[in-house]
Design a protein around this ligand. Structure first.
Ligand SMILES: Cc1cc2nc3c(=O)[nH]c(=O)nc-3n(C[C@H](O)[C@H](O)[C@H](O)COP(=O)(O)O)c2cc1C
Length: 367
């Protein structure tokens, strides 16, 4: 039924401007009755930062920016949903067009710039579903015009600690000028100190909510060293690797490839997986990692896990493959189990990190 609906809706959505299509897809998902998901195979279960995930495949931030359909996405079979990025004040983001489908490359370029309904509106919506099952993470951002961006993240922790299963600090979107500077050593140290202090205060009322940092795939290894050194010292709960890239693989064929913005999807897979592996080796099991970037199958999900991820997220492949994707990946993951030696998925984490980290990504392949 869902598969049929998906097949009918797809040509219509593809005929529209990508942003209009996204809006319409959310509207449709709000009204289409989704059956509850089938129970996940026990071998897919993961316990990560104190939470029990029935499967490790999540939907990444940006798909449901304003928390309009988290429960629909959970019903589509995802093990968790990360809503946001949410900014304190409502803001419109950049001018359109700002979202481009690179169909030939199975990729997307976006320069949305955090369009957000703001903390108050999104919190009100999440408060209405707070008692429902399913893991919902909340991705926090800063307003473009903010004069104290770390304070925006602190405010996010204070507002959302009551309704979040985890909180993600997004300092890696390329479309808010200067945002990625918060990844620099001193800035990230100050930011982590402030957000973790806010979380610790909120813990008394709402229980301890894990705080994760989401980083860019364009970091140098020296920059990664600095971030992980600070993240370990400050005892962060996890790292999400990675956001979209501002680089452009020379293999891109779609005419929109040179649009400015962040590139996601299949061409991001190798770059983000390599950074994930490099991060895993530096973290030395002090906290878990979520692997994101170019996951579109059980094979790519397993590759992320073997490179060091405990959980995996995707966005772009969902645009291309639709509602059946989570179930397809989970079914194939179980099949892959029968073929390899991991009794549980959790045993695969990091098994190929050293191999991934030593692979040379040819710099000539990026511009
Ligand atoms: C249209 C679009 C909007 C996005 N918006 C956000 C966002 O608001 N916050 C964020 O942390 N990441 C955002 N992302 C990045 C994704 O969460 C993810 O990190 C990235 O797309 C790589 O995963 P993928 O290759 O599976 O898409 C966005 C991605 C896309 C394609």
């Amino acid at each position: 039924m869902i598969g049929l609906l998906d097949r009918l809706a797809r040509p219509l959505l593809y005929a529209l401007d990508p942003e209009d299509a996204h809006r319409l897809a959310i509207r449709m998902l709000q009204v289409v009755p989704m059956p509850p998901p089938a129970k996940d195979d026990k071998r897919l279960a993961m316990r990560v930062f104190g939470l029990n995930f029935s499967n490790p495949i999540g939907i990444a931030a940006g798909f449901d920016k304003n928390a309009e359909i988290p429960d629909v996405l959970l019903r589509a079979g995802f093990g968790f949903v990360e809503v946001g990025t949410i900014t304190p004040l409502p803001q419109a983001g950049q001018s359109r067009p700002r979202l481009f489908r690179l169909t030939r490359d199975e990729a997307v370029i976006n320069r949305l710039g955090f369009p957000s309904q703001g903390h108050a509106a999104v919190h009100a919506r999440l408060a209405l579903r707070a008692q429902k099952p399913g893991i919902v993470g909340i991705n926090l951002g800063a307003n473009k015009v903010s004069s104290d961006r770390p304070a925006d993240y602190v405010r996010g922790i204070e507002i959302f600690a009551d309704v979040a299963d985890y909180l993600a600090i997004n300092v890696s979107s390329p479309n808010t000028p200067g945002l990625r500077d918060l990844q620099r050593a001193d800035a990230v140290d100050d930011l982590l100190a402030r957000v973790l202090a806010a979380r610790d205060i909120a813990t008394e009322r709402f229980g301890r909510k894990p705080v994760l940092l989401k980083i860019a795939p364009d970091l140098t290894l020296t920059e990664l060293d600095e971030i992980i050194y600070r993240a370990r010292a400050r005892k962060i709960d996890g790292l999400i690797v990675s956001n979209t890239t501002i680089s452009r693989p020379t293999t891109l064929r779609d005419p929109s490839a040179n649009e400015p913005g962040g590139l996601s999807g299949q061409p991001l897979f190798a770059l983000s997986t390599q950074l994930l592996a490099a991060a895993y080796l530096r973290v030395e099991n002090q906290f878990p990692l979520i692997g994101v970037g170019g996951v579109d199958s059980a094979e790519t999900a397993v590759a992320k896990i073997e490179a060091g991820a405990s959980l995996v997220q995707l966005y772009t492949s969902f645009v291309f493959k639709g509602l059946v994707l989570a179930d397809e990946i989970k079914r194939d993951l179980v099949r892959l189990f029968a073929q390899n030696s991991y009794p549980r998925l959790a045993d695969a984490t990091g098994a190929a990190a050293a191999d991934w980290a030593s692979r040379k990504l040819n710099a000539d392949n990026f511009r």
